[in-house]
Design a protein around this ligand. Structure first.
Ligand code: ISJ
Length: 419
């Protein structure tokens, strides 16, 4: 595949908007793109360009390199008029990458229209093929978001019991010293009577999880707490999560559970693998890395996590996709050692994760962008939703407790789907 021949010549214009409507209010129903955090973010629609990335076994299979080349050629070929000049203005691509490099479905999409909101500034970007053209997508009718209606739920690839057996097998393999940690996930299916309106899910997710990253890219929708990286100029920040407990039903119980989580040898071990995998990924790419010695507590509506906020200054010439390629999969979603964990995931889960647990986010022509790990999400296909949730397994893991933890992670999308 020659990337250059597929790179379109785009005319891109970013102008300030005075409109301070909530971002989601702009979205037409059809194929919305979204990335929202505490009311800031980007929403997009229409499609000016799309790149479907190769799998590992195909020619040009280094998908992150291919993505980086395409994005820089797209930027070099674009006529850009940008009177705002913030991260997320000018040409942007939304993207989602599959967890497993052998799986197909990694995609970058450049929308026709983007509305952005950052620190009190609002802007509109239009992306067209000819100077002076008007993107039809700009005028897509914005209908009201629809209720989801009743749902039929069914097991995904493995029943709860079968998945518990997979967890028990993973614990044995860890005790046999084949590996230290593996993250095992399962899927669940829901079917509605009508096409699911993604915007309804986005509204609900952004409201219930404002400090998570609510995303929608090519049918994958969710609210992830885990920031793989935010890049602005040469600086990156990241939030490593691993180690999970439920929320308490009273403040006292909540405190007690939090103290147990912070003191648990099993949870801190699970967290340490994830934090160390981030440090190892960043070390060759960064001149300085800041990572706390001890994790802190992150409380979400459904669970509490051990969290390590990290930051780093990148060396000159390191691209955003270089950083993503080095980080993915972190031990928060793969395991330690990474290769053994990937092999065990392929063996025990019995499913293709698709873009669940892969990088999801957006990038602009400067390389600024925000990428999360696609967790607490579902893949939508018409009236069907496929939900995913996973848990880090270490030597001290108990299948029952991991099933309960996966359930609490499913709750994010279950609640978003419930009218
Ligand atoms: C794998 C998921 O979450 C990851 C696993 C965690 C854990 O095992 O404690 C915590 C946060 C995430 O890094 C998921 O939500 O599906």
């Amino acid at each position: 595949m020659t990337v250059a021949s597929e790179t379109p010549h785009l005319t891109v214009r970013t102008v300030p908007l005075r409109d301070h409507h909530a971002l989601l209010g702009h979205l037409p129903e059809n194929a919305p793109l979204a990335w929202l955090h505490n009311g800031d973010g980007l929403v997009g629609w229409g499609e000016a360009a799309r790149l479907v990335l190769p799998t590992e076994d195909e020619p040009d299979g280094q998908r992150f390199d291919t993505a980086a080349r395409w994005m820089s050629e797209l930027a070099a070929n674009a006529d850009v008029e940008d009177s705002v000049g913030l991260p997320g203005t000018g040409p942007v691509a939304f993207g989602g990458f599959t967890f497993d490099p052998r799986s197909s479905g990694s995609t970058l999409i450049v929308p026709r229209v983007v509305v952005g909101h950052r620190a009190g500034r609002v802007w509109l970007t239009t992306i067209v093929d000819r100077p002076g053209a008007h993107p039809d997508a700009l005028l897509s009718p914005v209908t009201s978001a629809r209720y989801i209606g009743p749902l039929n739920w069914s097991d995904g690839t493995l029943s709860a019991e079968e998945w518990g057996d997979a967890v028990a097998t993973a614990v044995q393999r860890i005790k046999a010293a084949e590996l230290n940690k593996v993250v095992l996930a399962r899927d669940l299916h829901a079917e509605a009577d009508n096409t699911i309106d993604v915007r309804t899910l986005l509204f609900r997710l952004a409201r219930a999880y404002p400090n998570c990253y609510t995303f929608c890219v090519d049918g994958l929708v969710g609210a992830t707490p885990e920031l793989l990286l935010r890049r602005a100029g040469g600086d990156v920040t990241s939030l490593v999560l691993a180690g999970t407990r439920p929320r308490g039903t009273t403040p006292d119980e909540d405190e007690r559970i939090a103290s147990e989580l912070m003191a648990s040898a099993k949870e801190t071990e699970e967290h340490r693998y994830a934090a160390e995998s981030l440090r190892a990924a960043l070390t060759p790419l960064a001149s300085t890395i800041r990572l706390p010695d001890q994790p802190e507590l992150l409380r979400l509506a459904n669970v509490q996590h051990l969290a390590s906020p990290a930051s780093a200054a990148l060396r000159d010439g390191v691209s955003t996709f270089d950083v993503i390629a080095a980080m993915h999969p972190t031990a928060a979603v793969g395991g330690t050692p990474a290769r053994a964990a990937m092999d065990l995931i392929r063996e025990l889960e019995g499913m293709d994760r698709g873009r669940y647990a892969g990088p999801v986010g957006w990038i602009d022509a400067r390389g600024d962008g925000e990428w999360g790990i696609a967790l607490r999400c579902a893949h939508l296909d018409g009236s069907r939703a496929r939900l995913f949730a996973g848990c880090g397994i270490v030597a001290g893991s108990d299948p029952e407790a991991e099933l309960a933890e996966a359930d609490s992670k499913f709750r994010v999308m279950r609640s978003a789907l419930a009218d």
